[in-house]
Every structure is written in structure tokens, then in C-alpha cells.
Ligand binder design. Structure first.
Ligand SMILES: Nc1ncnc2c1ncn2[C@@H]1O[C@H](COP(=O)(O)OP(=O)(O)OP(=O)(O)O)[C@@H](O)[C@H]1O
Length: 259
């Protein structure tokens, strides 16, 4: 289904200054939109506007074919969406209680809450931490808890703002694989901000590139990366350089065994 979610003429301001504009974006259900851009170009501002956490100064939005009041979005719609940010929120209490909280607010029955929380702790491989106080978790464990807290709500749309940036590379890769599997299973429409092309290539089906508060590139990730704008090309240069230099590293067989 096309036109599942649409954004038109979004203008996001801080005080009186326009930070970012988005003329038009049309999303189909299940798409994973990677959002990239230099520091300060407006990615987080745009994500907060799209999730209506901080509604845009102007613009219109369509969700599931219906026009949404962007200034006072219905709670029922907001409850279909979930967000995970770079700095994980940890409420006072155990990991179980942290994941359960949204279900309690939605008045889900205790028995069902238990089943759902344990299922998602299991999927993100932290069921053994259910009774641990959340403040004792490592960064990687806390991000697993945050993802479980988002998915337990069975969101239709997930907004992720650099959820992996504080993690070590090996931990991040494991979490990326787990998240990819869950996103495929649940067909959750996802917006993912990341500074790392590895994350975006791994997860995203589509790419939105922002430069100076404007979209210079958007489309299927493969197509965009094949013919990037000059701005995106320059942004991607370090990755291309790193990858081409990797191919210059001699294979292990040709290296001397001496060390
Ligand atoms: N309250 C504010 N008042 C004025 N300008 C602000 C305010 N908050 C953020 N900005 C500016 O808005 C711009 C966009 O910020 P934003 O955090 O959206 O960028 P970003 O692309 O997510 O950056 P980063 O990659 O560094 O996280 C920045 O130039 C920032 O200085």
C-alpha cells in the first residue's frame, strides 16, 4: 500500500529560525528509512517533528490514509508509535518494570503484560536481566532494554535516533542483526538516524540525506548510493576511502608469519 504515511511541506523551527524543511515524503508500510547528514543539519529536529513529539511549525501529515492534526495528534495514534534515542531512558526499577511501563499505562492486563514483556526480553536476549535494577545495566544491555520497551508496545512506526552510537562495534553488529530480524518479522515501519553508513546499509531499505536543513537525496538505498548528490558523495568519501584501502591490505597467506 502506498501513501501509508506522508509528510508534506514540513517546516521545523527553533524559536524563529527554520532548521529543516521536508517538501514531500511518502512511505509504504514496512519501509525502513535511514536518515543521514552532517552534525547539526537537522536530523533529530526532523525526527521529532515526524514523530510529532515536537510538531513542525507548518506542514501536513497523512497516516494510514488519513490526515492527522499535527498540533494535537490523537493519543490513539501517538500510542501506535514508539521512539528510541541515543541516550537510553532508565526509569527507577527493574528491567522488567522498565519494559512493562507502557503496557501499564495502556491498562493491559497483568497476565498479558508478563507474557509480552518476557517475550521481548527474550527476543533481545536479556531475559536473565529481568529482575536487575535498570541503572546497573551496561550501555549495550540498556539499549536492548530500550528496544524491548519500544517493541512490547507493538508499534506500527518506530523512530530511532542513533540508538547504537554509544556501543562498541562488535556489540553494535550483534544488536543490528537482532533488530533486523525483529523488523523483518514485525514489518515495522522505521525511521533510523545514524552517522554510520554500516548501520544504514545493514538495516535501511530507503535513504534520506539532509544537507543544511534540506533533503538532497531520497529513494531506495541502492539507487541513492549509486548516484549520490555532490553533498552525499562528499559525506560518503571517508567510507569509500576506508573500503578501498581495505582491499589493498594483503591477504593473510601473503604475509610473513613473523611478528
Ligand atoms: N533550541 C534551539 N534553538 C536554536 N537552534 C537550535 C535549538 N536546538 C537545536 N538547534 C540547532 O538546530 C540545528 C539542528 O539540530 P539537530 O540536533 O536537529 O541536528 P542533527 O543533524 O540531529 O545533529 P547531530 O548529528 O549533531 O545530532 C543545529 O544547528 C542546532 O544548533
Amino acid at each position: 500500500m502506498t501513501n501509508w504515511m506522508e509528510f508534506h511541506h514540513f517546516t521545523c523551527k527553533k524559536s524563529v529560525t527554520t532548521i529543516v524543511t521536508l517538501d514531500h515524503l511518502s512511505i509504504s508500510k514496512g519501509q525502513i528509512i535511514g536518515i543521514m547528514g552532517e552534525n547539526g543539519t537537522g536530523k533529530s529536529t526532523l525526527l521529532k517533528a515526524m514523530s510529532l513529539l515536537e510538531p513542525p511549525a507548518a506542514g501536513t501529515m497523512i497516516y494510514k490514509g488519513k490526515s492527522i492534526n499535527i498540533t494535537t495528534p490523537p493519543l490513539s495514534i501517538r500510542r501506535e508509535w514508539a521512539c528510541v534515542f541515543q541516550h537510553s531512558y532508565r526509569f527507577v526499577g527493574t528491567v522488567f518494570e522498565n519494559v512493562e511501563i507502557g503496557l501499564k499505562i495502556r491498562k493491559v492486563r497483568k497476565k498479558d503484560r508478563y507474557k509480552r514483556v518476557m517475550m521481548w526480553l527474550d527476543k533481545f536476549k536479556i531475559p536473565h536481566l529481568a529482575n536487575v535494577q535498570a541503572h546497573k545495566l551496561s550501555g549495550g544491555e540498556a539499549q536492548r532494554m530500550n528496544l524491548a520497551r519500544a517493541f512490547v508496545l507493538e508499534p506500527s512506526v518506530l523512530f530511532l535516533d542513533e540508538p547504537f552510537s554509544a556501543l562498541d562495534f562488535p556489540i553494535k553488529m550483534v544488536l543490528l542483526e537482532e533488530l533486523q530480524q525483529v523488523l523483518t518479522e514485525t514489518c515495522t515501519t522505521t525511521f533510523l538516524i545514524s552517522h554510520d553508513l554500516t548501520d544504514i546499509e545493514f538495516l535501511a531499505s530507503h535513504l534520506l540525506y539532509l544537507y543544511n536543513g534540506k533533503v538532497t537525496d531520497k529513494g531506495r538505498i541502492h539507487d541513492v548510493l549509486l548516484s549520490p548528490s555532490p553533498q552525499l558523495k562528499s559525506f560518503l568519501h571517508p567510507w569509500h576511502k576506508a573500503r578501498s584501502s581495505q582491499s589493498l591490505i594483503p591477504s593473510s597467506q601473503s604475509l610473513s608469519s613473523e611478528f
